[in-house]
Structures are given as C-alpha cells and as structure tokens.
Ligand binder design. Structure first.
Ligand code: AMP
Length: 299
C-alpha cells in the first residue's frame, strides 16, 4: 500500500443557480480517491452508513481502490448541504450532519501502516491526528481542511499542521488561518507552522505552490463549463498525490507536474455534478489536457 487517504465519504445535497441535486455521493475521501486512482491504487480510510450507495463501493473496487479501511456502520452517512451563488467560488454550507462519523474511531488495516504517502483529506482534525499516529514511517504526509474546521477546531488543526509536509488549502482558508490578506505572505506564515510545501488553491484563478526553495504558479484550465464546483479541491489533492505516488519522486520537477495534474483533475470534476465526470474520465483525456496545459503556459 503506497498511498493511504483518510477522508469523508458523504451524501451531499447541492444547489447551484441552475439546478439542485439531492443526496448524491460526495465527500473529501470520495473525490480524492477517485482522482488518485488514475495514477495509483490508493487505500481509503473512513466510514459510511448503510444508506451509502453500494454501486459506489463497487465503483471504488473497479477503479483498483482498496476499500478495506472503509467501514460500513449501522446508521446514516455523513450528510452535507451546500449552495453556490452565481459566483461559483462563493459557497454557503446549509447543513452538516455528522451521523456515523460521530463515533468513528479509525483503526488502520495492518497493510496500510507502511504507507509511503498519507493524505489526511478534509475531516475532523482529531481523526487526522489519530490516523497519523498509526502510520509507521511515511515518506510524505499531506493534509487538507475546510473553513468549518478552522472556525470550530483551530487549535487541533494547527497541531496536525505542525506534523505534516504538505498543506493544501484554498485562498479563503489560508487568509482565515493566518489573518493575512496577501497570499504570498500568508503562505510564508504557514511554512513557519510545520509544512515544507503549501499549496494554495484559487478556484478559477489556478493554484500557487510555495516552498522554502521555490514558488510555482499554474493557471486554472480555462473552462466555460462549471456545472458543480464541489470536490474540486479534493480532486486536486488526489491528482497531486496520486501522481507523486506513481512517479515515486519528490523532486521539484515532479512536484511542479503534480500541481498541474491536480489542476487537471479538479478541472474535470467541476464539469458535471458530484462524481459523474470522474466516473466517465479516461487517462487519455487527462494526458491530452496535460498537453494543453503545456501549450497554455509556454511563451
Ligand atoms: P471541496 O469542494 O473540495 O471543498 O469538497 C467538498 C466536499 O467536502 C463535499 O463533497 C462535502 O461532502 C465534503 N464536506 C463538507 N463538509 C465537510 C466537513 N466538515 N468535513 C469533511 N468533509 C466535508
């Protein structure tokens, strides 16, 4: 097992100005593992209730995802409802029901404990810490989060941040965490808090990667089709880490390519509701968008 992903496996109700979809499959772990599955065979850790669709569990397996760490418990799956404004970067959380996640105390399957890369995707920071303690000697630990945890559990979150190598966050979260408006200043503050790489996702404005040695910026794929922005950040993380796991290198050149693959996976996810686009996506489509990105940034 080389990449282990801990995250949420949810049912989401999503409303955009055009359409409303009720109780579709979502969650940070879901988007992330599907995105990573184009590059590697990740193992996942999380919990779902009995109402989580069986065909999604089958889809995970068909994509080569190891589901041994995903527990099915009596009760209801974590539920989240969000609404987007006309500006797809503006999202309001309408409801969060923790349900089966409330009593979840993860136990990693033995063969997950020697993971090379551990991704603590967006989930309760105490669970992130709990999992981190169960992995023996990971070469790379990454984490993501969201405004909900920054507002309710900042101390626990900063504690985990201190123990990771890579921190993914969007521009709003970075500003909220540091109190800095300028993203470069904010990124530098975060580099002082533990991680050696900070990746700031800026929605339609692309992504910014900061390390102590270099800065890298990539535009977002210039797309006119934004149907549902949900899961873009998680798909970014999955694409980024899936690629690094595949090439088995953390050289600067590969980290730069990983940012591009992350952006590409995010750009596909938002083309349809929920996980629909990731379901139909092919590796050829990913590679041809990679070539388009190369043209886009060459001058
Ligand atoms: P993203 O658009 O990448 O920020 O991720 C959206 C996903 O995060 C949705 O599918 C939600 O189900 C999931 N989500 C919402 N609230 C939480 C939360 N508090 N913790 C973890 N995942 C959440």
């Amino acid at each position: 097992m080389s990449l282990v992903i801990v995250g949420t496996f949810n049912l989401d109700t999503i409303e955009t100005p055009q359409e409303r979809r009720e109780r579709i499959v979502g969650g940070s772990g879901t988007y992330c593992c599907l995105a990573a599955s184009f590059f590697t065979a990740p193992g996942i850790v999380g919990v779902v209730g009995e109402d989580f669709p069986k065909d999604t569990l089958e889809l995970f397996k068909a994509k080569g995802i190891d589901t041994e760490g995903l527990l099915v418990k009596p009760g209801k799956t974590f539920f989240w409802e969000g609404r987007y404004e006309d500006d797809p970067n503006k999202r309001t959380t309408i409801a969060t029901e923790v349900n089966v996640l409330k009593s979840f105390r993860p136990q990693l399957p033995d063969h997950y404990r020697d993971a090379d890369i551990l991704f603590l995707a967006n989930i309760d920071p105490d669970l992130q810490e709990d999992i981190l303690a169960q992995v023996n000697n990971p070469r790379l630990v990454a984490m993501d989060t969201m405004n909900y945890w920054i507002q309710t559990r900042a101390a626990s979150l900063l504690n985990v941040l201190n123990k990771v190598d890579v921190f993914f966050a969007n521009d709003e979260e970075v500003r909220m965490l540091t109190g800095e408006l300028n993203l470069i200043t904010a990124g530098k503050r975060l580099l002082e808090k533990g991680p050696s790489l900070v990746v700031i996702k800026k929605g339609e404005h692309g992504a910014l990667l900061l390390s102590k040695d270099f800065v890298f910026v990539v535009p977002a794929y210039p797309s006119e089709t934004v149907v549902d922005p949900t899961g873009a950040g998680d798909s970014f993380g999955g694409g980024f880490l899936g690629y690094l796991d595949n090439v088995d290198s953390y050289a600067e050149e590969d980290i730069r390519k990983a940012v591009v693959y992350g952006s590409i996976l995010a750009s596909f996810t938002i083309e349809k509701f929920g996980i629909d686009r990731l379901k139909s996506l092919s590796s050829d489509e990913i590679e041809s968008r990679f070539a388009e990105f190369q043209k886009l940034v060459t001058f």
